[in-house]
Design a binder for this molecule. Structure first.
Ligand SMILES: [Zn+2]
Length: 310
């Protein structure tokens, strides 16, 4: 099912501190013409630098998704990018200052509210659709993210934190359902009280607090600052995955199943989808034989067929 590309009706500005750096940042999201995609923009030493939000510009996926052109970087972009993907906002210029996206309340909700208030408008060109015609997957240890053919985007996500109040949670999102995205937009990033010292000693979560992280205690076996949903953590992981899918200039049609995934698998899956979409454009007819493919020496991938439909 294809649709028209969309952008914002007017610019939206956010400011706040970054989750990991604790440093201040501003970001203005501006309307952009069709086929622009999502492009970060900043000034460095008096010059403008543009960083397209595509798989080629992702330099870190360990605790967040970082975009960089090799000179300037911007961390923890995934929640805003998930909001843009979830709302179908395809074209925007994201003009930033500072090292890291404002974490706001730890969810996508503040972004979503502001974007909807500004308005989302349809443009003339169609949004391209990447339809999975066979299964594609990425794996790492006991974790995997597999995409199988389906007529729309559906995500089934499972997380497992044994011996903790989170436990095992599964959430399924069918993007064709009305208000599907609103079921995950409010889900906050999460962590354990007992891990904070370790993270902060390693220079992480320096801006984290009860107003922007859903904090659990393993020792007390409970949520400290109250859950918005019983399964808020897994809903948040689905939001993170949408933030990685926004790296592609396509609407994805497929049933994605993630088990114990995270930013690295999410972005590696986006890389895989991107690679096969490009190959298909080049060759028109590809992937008639299944074969193995290695990315970054890290993953063993056995993709079969991806099909670019419009
Ligand atoms: Zn997140």
């Amino acid at each position: 099912m294809s649709r028209k590309q969309q952008t914002l009706k007017s610019s939206v500005r956010f400011e706040g501190i970054g989750l990991h750096t604790g440093e201040k940042s501003t970001i203005e999201v501006h309307p952009a013409s069709e086929d622009t995609g999502l492009v970060f923009l900043t000034r460095y030493q008096g010059k403008e630098r543009a960083i397209p939000y595509t798989v080629d510009y992702i330099t870190d996926t360990r605790n967040n998704i970082t975009v960089s052109d090799g000179v300037v970087s911007y961390k923890t972009v995934e929640h805003m990018m998930g909001a843009l993907y979830g709302l179908g906002i395809d074209n925007a210029i994201l003009e930033f200052t500072g090292p890291e996206m404002p974490i706001m309340d730890g969810s996508a909700a503040p972004f979503v509210e502001a974007f909807l208030k500004a308005g989302v408008v349809a443009q003339h060109s169609e949004k391209k659709v990447l339809r999975l015609m066979e299964s594609l997957w990425v794996t790492k240890d006991d974790k995997f993210l597999v995409g199988v053919p389906f007529y729309a985007l559906k995500i089934n996500y499972t997380i497992s934190f044994p011996n903790s109040p989170i436990g095992t949670q599964t959430f399924q999102l069918n993007m064709t359902e009305e208000d599907a995205f609103s079921s995950i937009a409010q889900a906050r990033t999460f962590g354990f009280l007992e891990d904070i010292d370790y993270y902060q000693k390693n220079g992480l979560v320096l801006g984290g607090g009860f107003d922007n992280v859903h904090v659990y205690s393993r020792k007390e076996n409970r949520s400290i600052n109250g859950a918005r949903y019983d399964d808020e953590p897994v809903r948040h992981k689905v939001l993170d995955l949408l933030g990685a899918l926004a790296l592609l200039p396509y609407d994805i049609e497929g049933f994605l199943v993630s088990y114990k995934g995270g930013h690295t698998l999410d972005v590696d899956f986006a890389r895989l989808l991107s690679h096969y979409a490009e190959k298909q454009k080049e060759e028109a007819k590809i992937f008639t034989e299944g074969y193995s493919y290695q990315v970054s020496g890290l993953l063993h991938l056995e993709p079969r067929v991806a099909h670019l439909a419009s």
